[in-house]
Design a protein around this ligand. Sequence first.
Ligand SMILES: NC(=O)c1ccc[n+]([C@@H]2O[C@H](COP(=O)([O-])OP(=O)(O)OC[C@H]3O[C@@H](n4cnc5c(N)ncnc54)[C@H](O)[C@@H]3O)[C@@H](O)[C@H]2O)c1
Length: 508
Amino acid sequence: MAKDPSNPGFTVGIVGAGTMGRGIAQIMAMGGMRVKLYDAQAGVAEEGRSFAERMILRAAEKGAITDVEAKSHIADLAVAGDLQEFADADLIVEAIVEDLEIKQKVFAALEAIVAPECILATNTSSLSVTAIAAAASSPERFAGYHFFNPVPLLRVVEVVEGLRTARWVTEALAKVARRAGHEPVRTKDTPGFLVNHAGRGLYTEGLRIVAEGVADFAGVDDLLREGGPGFRMGPFELMDVTGLDVSHVVMESIYHQFYEEPRFRPQPLTRQRMIGGVLGRKSGGGFYQYADGRKVEAKPAKLAVDIPDSVWIGDPGTTEGRALAAALAGAVEIETGSKPSASAICLFAPLGRDATSCAVAAGVEAERAFAVDALFGLDGRRALMTTPVSDPDLRDQVHALLAKDGHAVTVLHDSAGFVNQRVVATIVNIACDIAQARIAVPEDIDKAVRLGLAYPQGPLAMGDKWGARRILAVLDAMQAFYGDPRYRPSPWLRRRAMLGVSLLTAEG
Ligand SMILES: NC(=O)c1ccc[n+]([C@@H]2O[C@H](COP(=O)([O-])OP(=O)(O)OC[C@H]3O[C@@H](n4cnc5c(N)ncnc54)[C@H](O)[C@@H]3O)[C@@H](O)[C@H]2O)c1
């Protein structure tokens, strides 16, 4: 049993004083714990300590802590000249190079030095905690402790339970996290843990949409940001920030670790870019070009066409059809007959279906049929979807109609599920799989994603917000159209949608 983390003098030894180690040192010291920082490279531990000191002084300047508190926290930060100085540590957090053998060696050395009740934790993001612990003589005191970069700002940490981790270890780690001002989320040791697992959908479905020729990079990002779901950044903007040398490698690794699960299938286009050195901001440009550190925005073309005389809405009885009719009311004459007049443009607001299928099912010419995504409301950027034979003049007229009140419009090629329906349904579905596999409890899945990825809601709450039944309808239709098992609905989602209960409903 470890010392209670709320005890004065609780001592945390941090091995590796790079990007993560120094951030962890800062928050632990600010949480009132004693910290010792070690790095194999000469001078790096002292660099890390003085970095943490500067950050603590800055917090005092901003008034977040008092000068007295800052002094006390700084006094709690020490550099260890070698691992022997960790003999009195209550907890070790390892944040060294991401290499299984090197991590195992460092822990073997530590086990010979620290007390038997000292907790051993790794900040690995991609290795199996169970595999690192397999070489340890007491794997029950070993756990994952996965922080996010930048540590002081992303106030969540995954407490990862390896196959043999004891309960007292994860409980103590959760306490330490809270003391350091971070929210702990508990997860089983599975590829990507919680955040990197639940965060796959945004990338893999975004890439799939581009690879299918439905939209370009900016089209996907713009819709996810401005078209209702409310993401702060789209997948391509995010990949430019992280760099494909990291993002693509993580995509491939998680895909293979889950034995080629189709939900996580990467696309060749990121591999090609990575090989070509087009990594993102760090290589001077990626999916976007940057000038003075800012994204160069393409100017939208102005449409010089009239809006149509009348439109006919093919699904006036559905929630989405009604939303579309309400958004267009007053801007254009809406025909209410069971069949469109000869000159009317035909609009559909489907869930998970493409414009072609809507036109064929309604028996109207695909040349004058278009679909609009109404699942996320029509207050922001609007998605207009064409069929392969859409008349370009009519397309421009509908575009002008949708843009009439100053709305931005993104025109898509035909896609079962537009962009936002596909991406949001994929994200919700993956989170449902995580809950179904009992990797973590529903609240922790949502908390991890909200805090770790800054999504507008956790993925299960996101499903509830847009409607579990509607998300299920999107996935069923996509799977029927594409025949791809990546879209098969999670049992967790289907059952809760059938029962009409929240996706956050856990089982007793
Ligand atoms: N950077 C991130 O965004 C991030 C996020 C979450 C988790 N992680 C994980 O945290 C760990 C550290 O990542 P980082 O980004 O801080 O790396 P980093 O390269 O910035 O720092 C690693 C430090 O470890 C030191 N080191 C290497 N081998 C050592 C050894 N045998 N003994 C002692 N020190 C040693 C290096 O000198 C270096 O200073 C990795 O496991 C990584 O996967 C990184």
